[in-house]
Design a protein around this ligand. Structure first.
Ligand SMILES: *Cc1c(COP(=O)(O)O)cnc(C)c1O
Length: 374
């Protein structure tokens, strides 16, 4: 396949490179790994394939078709939704097989794991990434152990267990869970949605779908959740690849949304810093983006800044109002999804009236049925 011979891991900090067959999740220097890979976008092949994320086959760094782990996911509908005077295009990412967009990342990451012969993975998550990895491991026949905070929503825990994964409930914060998995990470394959760059080369397909669904053009702005930035960074990679390939004239402006109660990226952005701020946090109903110390925080801040966007915050009351408004329009989403939606009015107000704005529902409401608005 094109691009295979030159593809490799590269460490942004040290410049070290490693073959993709390495079962590593970070550089020997401790730095974060990114992927060097030359994607291709043959439009006549793309449109002839079924509507799903794997139709961008030549842009995904999995080389053996037999390794692909898929449920036919992706190509989610992009539905116009009214926000006051504005119409925003909302990708229905709650409609994935495991009910969140994390399936984009899990499909590519677990396909890669299968391609290099992995038989057992560990992963830590505040819920949905673990659920997605467990689902794709079940489909691939790979053993899977998921570490989650003990207070994760019951629906997500039940879902992880039902896929046959071993579930480890870790008392304390999301950071305590991240620390617990590291002990296992060196012995087993660490299928991390925040460290492993293959995950981001799955979530980037969101950008390709938007490009195709808008008639092979880029939107003006994309409003995205920002915790670990698994979608935000993927979208930045995806549009950068399209730009480099000469397929879009300009990359969209990226906006990141955090819960006010846990906003290390927004604080850094406001202060003009390049690294996430050390901030005091309090609990938020947007559990999926409650990340106090995002490992790729500097990359998220840089991607948003380079695009000309901002990182904004929303209050608990605004999240609850957005959740109720979307529910009353017939959309079943979880509170974390509502956090992104709650920021749309303030972001749209800063953009020209004719701007094309894209956002998403990130996870399904039945993930957290006890938190649905009444
Ligand atoms: C993972 C997730 C997000 C975004 O989280 P990041 O930490 O930025 O990757 C948003 N909504 C839902 C439902 C999620 O599962």
């Amino acid at each position: 396949m094109p691009g295979q011979s030159s593809a490799r891991f590269v460490c942004a900090a040290s410049g070290a490179t490693y073959p993709l067959t390495d079962r590593r999740w970070r550089c020997d220097s401790g730095g974060l790994l990114d992927l060097e890979f030359e994607p291709a976008f043959p439009r006549e092949l793309i449109v002839a394939r079924p509507p799903g994320m794997w139709r961008y086959r030549e842009a995904i760094p999995v080389f053996d078709d037999d390794a692909i782990v898929s449920f036919g996911e992706g190509f989610t509908p992009m539905v116009p939704v009214r926000f006051g005077e504005r119409t925003v295009l909302i990708k229905q990412e709650q409609l994935f097989p495991s009910a969140s967009y994390k399936d984009r990342g899990a499909s590519v990451l677990i396909s890669h794991a299968r391609e290099i012969g992995v038989s057992r993975v560990v992963e830590d998550s505040s819920g949905n990434a673990g659920t997605a990895v467990a689902a794709y491991c079940a489909r691939a026949g790979i053993d899977c152990e998921i570490f989650v905070p003990a207070d994760t929503s019951s629906g997500k825990l039940a879902q992880i267990r039902s896929y046959g994964a071993t579930l480890n409930l870790v008392p304390g914060s999301r950071e305590d869970t991240a620390a617990a998995v590291l002990a296992a990470a060196d012995a087993d394959y660490y299928a991390s949605h925040s460290y492993n760059p293959f995950f981001f080369h799955g979530t980037k397909t969101f950008a390709f779908e938007v490009w195709e669904q808008l008639g092979w053009t880029a939107p003006d702005a994309v409003v995205l959740p920002a915790g670990n930035g698994t979608l935000l960074l993927g979208v930045a990679i995806g549009f950068a690849e399209l730009r480099r390939a000469g397929l879009i004239a300009k990359q969209p402006t990226l906006f990141g949304v955090q819960a006010q109660n846990c906003a290390p990226l927004a604080a850094a952005f406001r202060a003009g810093d390049t690294e996430p701020s050390a901030v005091a946090t309090t609990p938020t109903i947007a559990e999926g983006i409650a990340i106090a110390a995002p490992v790729r925080g500097a990359q998220i801040i840089a991607a948003v800044r380079e695009s000309g966007g901002r990182i904004v915050t929303v209050s608990e009351a605004e999240i609850k109002t957005a959740h109720r408004e979307m529910s009353r329009q017939g959309f079943c989403i979880e509170p974390t999804s509502a956090a992104t939606i709650a920021a749309i009015d303030q972001i749209a107000a800063s953009l020209p009236a004719d701007a094309t704005i894209v956002s998403l529902f990130s996870g399904h409401g039945l993930k957290a049925p006890e938190k649905l608005p009444v």
